[in-house]
Write a protein that binds this ligand. Structure first.
Ligand code: NAD
Length: 355
């Protein structure tokens, strides 16, 4: 399996270095023959090439079997036409990675922010919605009408609703068989009622999966009050982006927020959080978001190629993550005192004990 690795900005190089060591040790242990090829995007690439991301890089990525993308500092980016492109958006759009799978669960031994244990997945539509550059074929869906008036458009299509709904139901069928639709149909009546209707239509193909729905604002309260009542949550792009940061923080930290961006033919592992400039360079960032994302990528590849060893490797990564958390071998954000780079050593030691 050839994986392109792009460490990204801020804490990205620190957490991705741990992920590299983990992937290579797992590859050796399970004889996966994983090849990592390092490339740059984001601020480093902007300095080197004049663009945060390039079409040449996209071509290299397309030739690989998967991508591990680090966090990008996007707030400070200017105009895309001047090379200041949001790399996450660029890959999601150009590789049609429509399903953003964002699990959040509590771990024994970790400081969590709610009383209940929970295990849920936010399934976020990743290619349209309220994200300007994902709305139209080219250009932006944000318009400056006068210096004081801006119109931002949201695109919702039947095609994208159907495929994200199907991803959610397939996941739910192998879990607790419960899908919750999150929407704002009381205000965005046409688009979000279409989203709800399509989810119910797709749901008919999965008659044993229970369906309910919540308005997004109330959902914030429900998920804080009783996160254990949810299994798979399906929602549109921006709601999923916001809700999944909440659910991962409730589980303990944004540093646990591993995600997979999956399409039909390609997938990208990427932590849900940003470049965390407040802790960058301090060797305290939690690398488990990256490790969990990598485990999801190996699982996706294993399912696609029907490879038992890739699936076993992914399960071992999850198991070791669980064991390290249980024994308190974690970073300070979740109550431990290990440095970022010490997680790699701890992980490899645990993996060797399984030999
Ligand atoms: P952030 O997600 O970077 O950080 C929010 C908080 O969570 C901070 O306190 C940070 O220290 C903490 N945190 C995040 N990851 C952590 C980890 N692995 N371990 C421990 N703590 C962690 O959000 P922000 O500060 O609003 O954004 C910083 C930059 O990242 C901005 O430029 C933003 O645009 C960008 N961003 C990028 C992505 C992405 O690349 N996918 C996602 C969100 C934000």
């Amino acid at each position: 399996m050839k994986i392109v690795v792009i460490p990204g900005d801020g804490i990205g190089p620190e957490t991705m270095a741990v992920c590299d060591e983990v992937l290579l040790s797992v590859s050796k242990r399970f004889e996966l023959n994983i090849e990592l090829s390092h490339e740059s995007a984001g601020q480093e690439s902007l300095k080197k090439t004049g663009a945060t991301v390039t079409t040449e890089l996209l071509e290299k990525v397309k030739k690989a079997d998967g991508l591990m993308l680090g966090p990008m500092s996007t707030l400070e980016l200017g105009q895309a036409s001047k090379g200041e492109i949001n790399a996450s958006l660029f890959f999601r759009k150009n590789l049609d990675l429509y399903a953003n799978i964002r699990p959040a669960k509590t771990y024994p031994g970790l400081t969590k922010r709610v009383q209940q244990d929970f295990d849920l997945i936010v399934v976020r539509e990743n290619t349209e919605g309220f994200y300007a550059d994902r709305n139209v074929e080219s250009g932006s869906s944000e318009m400056l009408i006068t210096p004081d008036v801006v119109i931002s458009l949201r695109r919702i299509t039947r095609h994208c609703c159907e495929r994200i709904a199907r991803s959610a139901f397939i996941l739910a069928q192998n879990r607790k068989k419960h899908v919750t639709i999150v929407h704002k149909a009381n205000v965005l009546k046409i688009a979000d009622n279409m989203f709800i209707d399509i989810c119910h239509q797709v749901g008919k193909e999965f008659p044993d999966v229970r369906i309910d729905d919540f308005i997004v604002d109330a959902m914030m309260a429900h998920v804080v009050r009783a996160p254990d009542q949810f299994d798979v949550i399906v929602t549109t792009n921006m709601f999923g982006d916001i809700l999944s940061d909440l659910t991962s923080e409730l589980s303990g930290s944004l540093g646990l927020a591993g995600t997979l961006n999956a399409g039909i033919d390609f997938a990208m592992g990427q932590a849900a959080h940003g470049s965390a400039p407040d802790i960058a360079g301090k060797n305290i960032a939690n690398p488990f978001s990256q490790i969990i994302s990598a485990a999801m990528l190996l699982n996706w590849y294993g399912q696609k190629h029907d490879s038992k060893s890739f699936i076993a490797a992914s399960q071992a990564m999850e198991q070791i993550t669980l064991e390290l958390m249980k024994s308190g071998q974690v970073t300070p954000d979740v109550g431990g005192n290990l440095k970022t780079d010490e997680i790699a050593k701890a992980f490899i030691k645990q993996l060797q004990m399984k030999n």
